[in-house]
Ligand binder design. Structure first.
Ligand code: BT5
Length: 258
């Protein structure tokens, strides 16, 4: 009962969220990315946000745990003016979160980590209109005030609360992330990813660590050595450099999480 009252009291107030366009708020929904993909008549730069997701999703159909009242489960709705590379937007959404959560690092391409555990994940999806990308949905999940995780996640997931011992305002954290994201997005539209490469590299936990590149179903051991101007990961396999694109392969750090 106390938990339900806490959840009601601490609900996100859509009026307090600062976005350039509209906020679509759901007390409960399957997935904010799904809502954003199916919605019509939505202005560019709107936000879909839910208190709880019953079917939150990660990449490759994986599940994203999204309980009520403790996290940010949000999707930014973009109508790109020109062709936007969604793998680069994934990196940049992670960068926006990393700028806001003190001491966090990015695990290429889409995880934000605190103490080597995942505090945030990003899922970018493009909606096609024939051959053209008509919308890009940038889904961001952040564990903010989560007190504990199920056994299955407890060794690889964390929250801002677990790491700092402090409960924080989800509205404030989200507003900070949105500000960073739209600042980054405006620059990205003008100049692409290249201008963020140095900052991304500084914050990237994957660099100079051993990783496993999963290529055509085979696990290949490699060392992550660089990020290109386009945001791809450069790995060294048997002294040969290779570019790894997030869309083509998945990379597992040897860090006890995936
Ligand atoms: C992601 O996928 O990390 C993308 C997560 C995106 C979630 C947002 S929430 C708003 C929007 N609506 C949605 O439905 N999704 C987006 P991936 O890299 O595939 O990681 C998924 C893996 O992370 C799972 O297989 C678990 O191992 C782990 N995981 C699941 N829930 C987690 C959580 N709450 N915190 C940390 N790790 C989690």
């Amino acid at each position: 009962m106390k938990r339900i009252l806490d959840i009601l009291k601490n609900r996100i107030k859509p009026k307090k969220i600062r976005v350039p366009a509209k906020v679509y708020y759901f007390r409960e929904t399957e997935s904010t990315n799904k809502e954003a993909k199916l919605a019509t008549g939505v202005p560019d730069r709107s936000l879909f946000i839910a208190e709880e997701q019953t079917g939150g999703r990660g990449r490759l159909g994986r599940a994203w745990s999204s309980p009520a009242g403790c996290g940010i489960w949000a999707s930014i709705y973009l109508k790109p003016q020109k062709e936007s590379d969604i793998s680069q937007l994934t990196l940049l959404a992670g960068l926006a979160v990393c700028r806001v959560i003190e001491n966090s690092k990015i695990k290429w391409p889409n995880d934000v980590l605190l103490d080597d555990k995942k505090v945030c994940g990003v899922l970018c999806e493009a909606v096609m209109d024939g051959e053209r990308v008509s919308r890009v949905i940038v889904g961001i999940g952040i564990n903010v005030n989560t007190e504990s995780f199920d056994d299955e996640l407890s060794d690889k997931a964390t929250s801002v609360y677990i790491e700092t011992g402090k409960k924080v305002s989800r509205e404030r954290l989200l507003n900070n992330v949105l500000k960073e994201f739209f600042d980054i997005y405006d620059e990205f539209i003008k100049g692409g990813f290249a201008g963020f490469r140095d900052e991304y590299k500084k914050k990237c936990a994957t660099l100079f660590r051993d990783v496993i590149v999963i290529k055509n179903g085979e696990n290949v051991r490699a060392r992550a050595v660089d990020i290109t101007e386009n945001g791809e990961l450069v790995v060294e396999i048997n002294n040969t450099r290779e570019i790894v694109n997030a869309g083509e392969v998945s990379v597992r750090g040897l860090l006890g999480y995936n």
